[in-house]
Design a protein around this ligand. Sequence first.
Ligand SMILES: [Fe+2]
Ligand SMILES: [Fe+2]
Length: 428
Amino acid sequence: MNEPALKTLIVDDEDNVLRAIKRLFMDEETEVLTAASGQAGLDILKENEVALIISDQRMPGMSGSEFLKLAREIAPDAIRIILTGYADVTAAVDAINKGGAYRYLGKPWNDSELLMVARDALDRYRLVRENRRLTELTRRQNEELQKWSDELQIYVQQQTMELSEQNMKFTELNRRLNLKIEEFIAAFSNLVDIRGGAAHGHSENVAAITQRIGLKLGLDKQALERTVLAARLHDIGKVGIPDVIAIAKPEALSGDARRKYESHPVMGQSAIGMIEEFRDLGVLIRHHHENYDGSGFPDGLKGEKIPLGSRIIAGADLLDRFLSSGLTMGEISLEIKKRSATVLEPELAYLMGHHPAEFTGFRAGNGSGESALGLEDLRPGLRLSRDFRTDDGVLLLTKDTLLSEKHIELLKSCDFLDHSETSIFVWV
Ligand SMILES: [Fe+2]
Ligand SMILES: [Fe+2]
């Protein structure tokens, strides 16, 4: 599409001048408008976009330089040319200064010079206009970009907020779920421990000892957590066998009773393995009575074939049974070493036999006295020397429980306990 021609305004009070210039511009690419006075010229400027103004200086009423000054305010981009007599240089300078005239031409003018100047001026105007158009385009594009950028930023912020809210919800759900699992496991492990006799506190003790052995062996965090969980539940299968068998010393059992006793690891696995997330625990539980030399049960696995977690739980189980049978640390050390490479794997037997107290929380050579400690003085590894009951007589922890961090946290969170008055008896 062709652009409309640029407009040229000629202002002169002499009609023949107007006609002469109009004729001169006939073949030029410009539409010529004429005005006989400055005022008429201003009126045209208000209605039209004019590219070039050629004005006579000497006119009645408004002079050329006064007209150009006012024209500049209406059409600042228009190129302004003043026509003036050769002698009237002062008026020309005035027009340039006040009216911002692009240049002046003498009167009478030279046609070709006037044409050349006009063409040059129109080209200049085109450039100015193009420049303005491009500047405006860039400004609008920048605005648009800024708008997009702002919207994008808001969108990203919203998404980030939503994600972080979701994340918080998931974290909270996960925390609650973990709490539920903890409660569930505590309940199950209590099922075994409340059966009395030698089993009192046994599961928690085995878990605490397992934790220490696992740390010493450098198990990674997840493996350690899973092994300790399995340790807490390792004897869960005993709920399925008669009490007399469950609490009896295994070596005193024979025949059917013995077979029932030896079924508890498999029963434990069956119970726990029903929960998909606990299948790995079920495997560790199944093998906690395997012996290193293959003489254990239920599968007679040997050496490295026994899962590492089960080997650790077996060691912890043995250590807790020695402790509850009243052996001294020295005797326990000997008993453990005696079972190296038969019941226990040699590395484990060496580790535990060397310094068993390290895994029980007791101080070696002690265990004869007891001490009453306040809640704040409790630390993991201490063993209760008496049952711990609330003022109302509710049994919270049984004698011989090996205190874990969880126990201590639980006791400290009990609002019904008077923290300054409560004492707990432990072996020292
Ligand atoms: Fe067991
Ligand atoms: Fe056990």
